[in-house]
Design a protein around this ligand. Structure first.
Ligand SMILES: Nc1ncnc2c1ncn2[C@@H]1O[C@H](COP(=O)(O)OP(=O)(O)O)[C@@H](O)[C@H]1O
Ligand SMILES: [Mg+2]
Length: 235
């Protein structure tokens, strides 16, 4: 790396970002990376991940993730602890999606992951600085987002960097069960509280962990939200 350059300015990451225009949505971003040789490498409820051709980077792409900017803030503000993924770039995607370009990480055995989450929840000395940043950024997310969940202690979010250290990823999530139940039952409330450009693709999240989507569920929710949007413009 040249002196004075941040990781996001090094050439593989700059090239990856250049592929993705400022107006890209989650589909454009995924297509651009696939065409450049990136390969699918994982999926959760909110996002899918792709691995870079050289294997050193991962792109996390979500169609709808209100917590993405808070996650990016956590990765930046806690970078000095080395206990979060190294973030090469963050970009909001058109329609409310989110793109994070970060270091490639490996899964770790479940007990090791659970112990790391336990250290975080008890603010053990070795993670105290990290926990301070987590609490500060999470408090802001709880204050600013209409639906924000507690910290995600899913063991799959603790991973290992190529250098062997443990990191915690993807700690924040929108309160999906409540948000999606409301979208199904009372779409007008969701429409009133989340601007359309921030939730255009909310029925496209993968739901790979707690799903799958039931047949017809996405279409029905999309139609309900569209009808609620139409009521606000004609009201
Ligand atoms: N930096 C990374 N390196 C390798 N795989 C990753 C990385 N980030 C995410 N993944 C994979 O993508 C999956 C989903 O990412 P995650 O950020 O946990 O999204 P979700 O909000 O859907 O849980 C993870 O479980 C993991 O398999
Ligand atoms: Mg996750």
């Amino acid at each position: 790396m040249l002196h004075g350059m941040t990781p996001e300015e090094t050439s593989p990451n700059r090239e990856a970002l250049a592929l993705i225009g400022q107006q890209a949505d989650h589909r454009d971003a995924e297509q651009s990376l696939l065409a450049a040789g990136w390969t699918p490498c994982g999926a959760g409820d909110w996002a899918t991940a792709l691995r870079s051709p050289d294997g050193t980077a991962a792109a996390r792409i979500s169609p709808f993730d209100p917590t993405g900017p808070y996650t990016a803030a956590l990765y930046r503000e806690a970078a000095h602890t080395r206990q979060v993924p190294e973030l090469f770039a963050h970009q909001r995607l058109t329609g409310g999606g989110d793109l994070q370009l970060m270091e490639w990480l490996h899964p770790v055995p479940q007990p090791e992951a659970a112990a790391f989450h336990q250290a975080i929840s008890t603010r053990s000395p070795e993670v105290a600085d990290l926990v301070d940043v987590i609490r500060r950024v999470h408090a802001l997310a709880l204050e600013e987002l209409p639906w924000c969940g507690p910290l995600d202690d899913n063991p799959s979010n603790v991973m290992r960097g190529a250098d062997g250290r443990l990191v915690v990823a993807d700690l924040f999530y929108a309160d999906g069960p409540s948000l999606y139940a409301t979208a199904a039952k009372d779409p007008d409330l969701v429409v009133a509280r989340i601007p359309e450009p921030e939730r255009r693709f909310m029925t496209e999240i993968p739901l790979a962990a707690s799903g799958p989507w039931q047949p017809g569920e996405q279409d029905a929710m999309r139609a309900g939200l569209a009808a609620a949007d139409a009521r606000t413009t004609t009201a």
